[in-house]
Design a protein around this ligand. Structure first.
Ligand code: FAD
Length: 541
């Protein structure tokens, strides 16, 4: 069997970390989007090596407000990170004898400078971290590698974010990346079947590891300090966002309150959610996953995005459930379907690694950037953002996103297609808005989902497959429960009307039965908009 474990990269084989009893080496674990102790590849590696070398280990995490703004990180995601950090600090201390320091460093270059200072003040000979695949992060890491190299300090990174690391799933006839999902998935599944996926559990570092990094400005060292520093950084960020026009229609405090309730922080909560899902909802996933009112999906994306749960653990638990239920017969549609969703997550990371230009928001299908005459109509866009398009499923989904920081996968496709195919608005505007709102906002999956929906990305279906938001509502919100939850003004309108554009127009017209709801008539006629979009994609480029 082949081994599918993550491999270290950028290791410069320096042996400057060899132990001497007088001057034990000191290693630094740099946490980024991997806020957990369990199955954390870099953390396991650093602890193992520290025990071999009789070294000390410290850990650091940077709060990076300028970077959040540059990446359009949502307030609810920053809040989720802020809530997770004290829990991580406690777990590291209790389980591994490692102290975590949290420091505010507004930009990535500030982080690198801080790391250089910390290394020299604390005689650190190696930093370990898990890979990140976005462009700014890659640049930051490359610069740091160069800077540390001058002082003979190692910077070792590990592949950890995916179940199978980027560049391990390539086409049969060469070493190219698959352009569409299905052949990628087949190869991914096959590789997993013949591989041994390993979890990396970190051993505790020796009891003598009572070391804390010195000196560090704007840093928190105890769990209580970490909690208050993270809260302050969150409040500053909220204040900054509140002065930005694109957030004026939102009730941020209500969004935060909802997210805190729906997503208790920390890896224990995440693992519990996984266990509950695997024992209950997964058994009906293939059918229920497309019904937004059922909440029948795992809701693990917020945890996966900040690394509070390991994707390998998700896969292994699902696989175990499959074996328990069906032995060697791997034909269980529900579990297979869920595993295939985990594969989509890997797929988009592999795509990003293969095409780093995506980070600059270039279209995956380059030609669409010059060919399609996208609209930049801010009035239309604002109606979409606020959930005032007159299309009930689209508006209910957008209001749910604005209120909770989460949107169901089917509705992400429906709203994205409405923006890009019915309004012909540039997908980059929608991509950005989602990042600003989603608790699970993640560049690779979000960019992948938007480009798939806009027919500029990896979708294998032709551009003329355009979802009709009214038929989608009929199929996936048959009784109109989801729509009525988020659009209370429509609570008395029968589902048969909500599911038909023509009937909605009649019902909401001046003389119609529901003219006084205050709800707008549909802002575009779907059939006509569809034809215009098809013509736009069809025209000579
Ligand atoms: P489940 O159905 O339980 O799936 C399990 C896990 O598989 C998810 O947690 C997620 O990590 C992964 N997954 C599921 N579907 C997809 C998919 N289509 N693409 C990639 N990974 C997937 N997902 C994000 O995590 N962050 C985003 O920013 C994001 N933006 C999206 C934008 C658009 C336009 C679209 C169409 C999809 C986007 N997705 C994104 C994918 C998907 O909608 C969410 O992962 C899913 O809704 C999360 O709910 P869940 O955890 O209950 O998923």
């Amino acid at each position: 069997t082949a081994s599918a474990t993550a491999n270290p990269t950028d290791c410069n084989d320096s042996d400057s970390g060899k132990a001497t009893s007088a001057n034990p080496p000191h290693y630094l674990m740099w946490f980024r989007r991997d806020l957990r102790v369990h199955d954390n590849t870099a953390l396991a590696a650093i602890c193992e090596r520290a025990n071999e070398d009789n070294a000390r280990v410290s850990a650091i995490f940077f709060l990076t407000p300028k970077q959040w703004q540059a990446h359009d990180t949502s307030l609810v995601q920053v809040d989720h990170i802020a809530r997770t950090l004290p829990i991580l600090a406690k777990a590291l201390q209790e389980q591994l004898n490692i102290n975590l320091i949290v420091q505010v460093c507004p930009s990535f270059s500030d982080c690198n400078e801080a790391l250089l200072d910390i290394c020299s003040a604390n005689h650190i000979s190696a930093i370990m971290a898990n890979h990140e695949y976005e462009g700014n992060e890659i640049d930051r890491d490359e610069q740091l590698t160069e800077q540390l190299g001058k002082s003979d300090i190692e910077f070792v990174r590990w592949h950890d974010q995916c179940i199978l690391p980027p560049q391990t799933i390539t086409t049969n006839d060469g070493d190219s990346m698959y352009q569409v999902f299905t052949p990628f998935y087949k190869k991914w599944r096959h590789t997993l079947e013949v591989s041994e996926i390993q979890m990396h559990e970190a051993p505790a570092v020796s009891d003598n590891n009572n070391v804390t990094l010195e000196p560090t400005e704007n840093a928190a060292k105890t769990v209580a300090e970490i909690e208050s520093l993270s809260t302050r950084a969150l409040e500053d960020y909220q204040e900054q966002l509140q002065s930005d026009d694109s957030y004026q229609h939102l009730d941020m405090s209500a969004q935060l309150e909802h997210a805190r309730d729906a997503y208790p922080a920390g890896e224990t909560a995440a693992c519990q959610r996984l266990e509950d899902f695997i024992t209950e909802d997964i058994n009906n996933y293939d059918v229920s996953r497309d019904v937004p009112s059922l909440h029948a999906t795992s809701q693990l994306s917020a945890y996966l995005t900040i690394g509070a749960i390991s994707p390998r653990l998700c896969y292994l638990q699902a696989n175990k459930a499959q074996e328990k239920l069906h032995g060697n017969d791997s034909d269980n549609n529900d579990i297979n379907r869920w595993i295939s969703e985990l594969a989509w997550r890997d797929f988009y990371r592999h795509v990003l690694d293969y095409k780093p230009e995506l980070i600059r928001h270039q279209a995956y299908k380059h030609e669409t950037d010059t060919k399609i005459n996208w609209s930049y109509n801010t009035d239309d866009f604002n109606k979409w953002c606020k959930g005032m398009t007159g299309v009930p499923l689209v508006d209910a989904a957008m209001r749910c996103l604005n209120a909770t920081g989460f949107m169901h996968n089917r509705l992400r496709m429906v709203t994205a297609m409405f923006l890009t195919k019915d309004l012909l608005i540039d997908w980059r505007w929608g991509e950005r808005y989602f990042m600003q709102q989603l608790i699970d906002g993640d560049f690779a999956s979000n960019n992948g989902g938007w480009q798939w929906s806009a027919s500029t990305g990896t979708d294998s279906a032709p551009y003329f497959r355009i979802m009709n938001p009214f038929s989608q509502a009929k199929t996936h919100d048959t009784k109109g429960e989801f729509i009525k939850t988020w659009l209370p003004e429509l609570k008395d309108i029968p589902a048969t009307i909500l599911h038909s554009e023509e009937k909605m127009r009649k019902a909401l017209s001046k003389k119609g039965d529901f003219a006084d709801t205050g709800y707008p008539v549909p802002m575009v006629e779907h059939k006509a908009a569809r034809l215009l979009t098809i013509a736009e994609f069809k025209k000579e480029g």
